[in-house]
Design a protein around this ligand. Structure first.
Ligand code: DAH
Length: 360
């Protein structure tokens, strides 16, 4: 740093004095600004500070010299020197702050620790498509005030048959090939058992659904499994009519298929409903014109349903003169197969991850 000759600045000639100080101060200021620009670390900055503001610093020196001046000169020059001093102090302060800032940024960049663990190679599972559709339907019905009930896989003959108006020698028992256990119990053949358990637990009015696995001694092929899935529904209240059944089925089906669906009811026989129906939907693939999916009839059979038989209500301690209800039994596997174009029910329990992973 080139030094300024203060002896000259503080020359005894008062006429030139103020002018000289002014000139000199602007030189110091320019010099300081240039030096400051080149400062590269805190140490250099501290040296610059001492050079100007330290005990023997240039500005300190100038201030000391003021004592030798007359009061007038002292006031004028003092003001200027102090202005420079404040300017220098402020600039040094800013520079210091920016060094601290930079230092912090550098530390943040170099000293951070990665606390995460790379799990990218861990396989992530997903829900089985049947579960996905089941949960979706549970949501749809929950939103309409239905309670989701569960029931055991091992059931009594009473719950699986008797309470559903299927007495011992009733021919309807032939429709279901039942797995009997040695103790006389059985694997439930349908989720209609959940209706029975619902009536045991709840007082009307109520709305329930009951999803779950069911078991039948079937010959296994592309559309028959020994273990498959149903979702039962039941609504009991005063004056429940077929119109209520149709309404709820339409809401359900348009939510599942994400568009308006047309439905029709055909008579169907099930001991626990009277009248009983087969509900068909207008084929979604050909809009009813006829195609291979609907076997050219324009309608696809989707679910059995009906008005709860008075005997079933009675068995559930509900007075059929006061209450009525509808019930339905949705075959979940079939629905999932239709929705995703799956052509073989055996995929569902194949435990083949390549199949499951398609439904992420
Ligand atoms: N439980 C019957 C079955 O598995 C299906 C069924 C038909 C359920 C009509 C119902 C119904 O609730 O009303 O074959």
């Amino acid at each position: 740093m080139e030094s300024v000759d203060f002896a000259e600045v503080l020359s005894p000639d008062p006429a030139h004095f103020e002018h000289a100080v002014k000139e000199d101060l602007s030189t110091i200021q320019a010099e300081f600004a240039a030096l400051l620009r080149n400062v590269s670390d805190e140490k250099e900055l501290a040296t610059l500070k001492v050079h100007l503001l330290g005990k023997k610093g240039r500005i300190t020196g100038l201030l000391k010299e003021l004592g030798q001046l007359s009061p007038d000169e002292r006031q004028a020059c003092g003001k200027r020197i102090n202005e420079l001093k404040s300017y220098v102090e402020e600039a040094l302060g800013e520079a210091e702050a920016s060094f601290v800032d930079r230092q912090m940024r550098e530390r943040l960049e170099t000293e951070w620790v990665d606390v995460s663990l790379n799990l990218s190679r861990r396989p992530v599972g997903n829900l089985h498509p049947v579960s996905q559709v089941q949960y979706e339907i549970e949501d749809i019905f929950s939103a309409m005030g239905f309670e989701v009930l569960d029931g055991p896989h091992v059931e009594t003959d009473e719950v699986n048959f008797e309470a559903l108006n299927i007495p011992k020698e009733h021919p309807a028992r032939d429709m279901q090939d039942t797995f009997y256990l040695e103790d006389g119990n059985l694997l439930r053949t349908h989720t209609s058992t959940i209706q029975v358990r619902g009536m045991q637990r709840l007082k009307p009015p109520f709305k329930i659904i009951g999803p779950g696995k069911v078991f039948r001694s079937e010959r296994i092929d592309a559309s028959h499994e020994v273990t498959f899935h149903q979702l039962e529904g039941m609504m009991v209240n005063r004056d429940i009519k077929v119109a209520h059944l149709i309404h709820f089925m339409k809401v359900l089906l348009s939510s599942i298929f994400r568009r308006e669906v047309e439905v029709r009811l055909r008579p169907g026989y099930f001991p626990f409903v009277e009248p009983g129906f087969e509900l068909d939907i207008r084929c979604l693939l050909c809009s009813g014109k006829g195609c291979s999916v609907c076997k050219q009839v324009g309608w696809v059979e989707l679910l059995p349903c009906g008005m709860v038989h008075p005997n079933v209500l009675r068995a559930g301690n509900i007075d059929p003169d006061k209450y009525s209800g509808f019930a339905f039994g949705l075959g979940l596997d079939r629905l999932v197969m239709m929705r995703y174009g799956i052509d073989d029910i055996r995929h569902f329990h194949s435990a083949d991850l390549r199949f499951i992973r398609q439904f992420r």
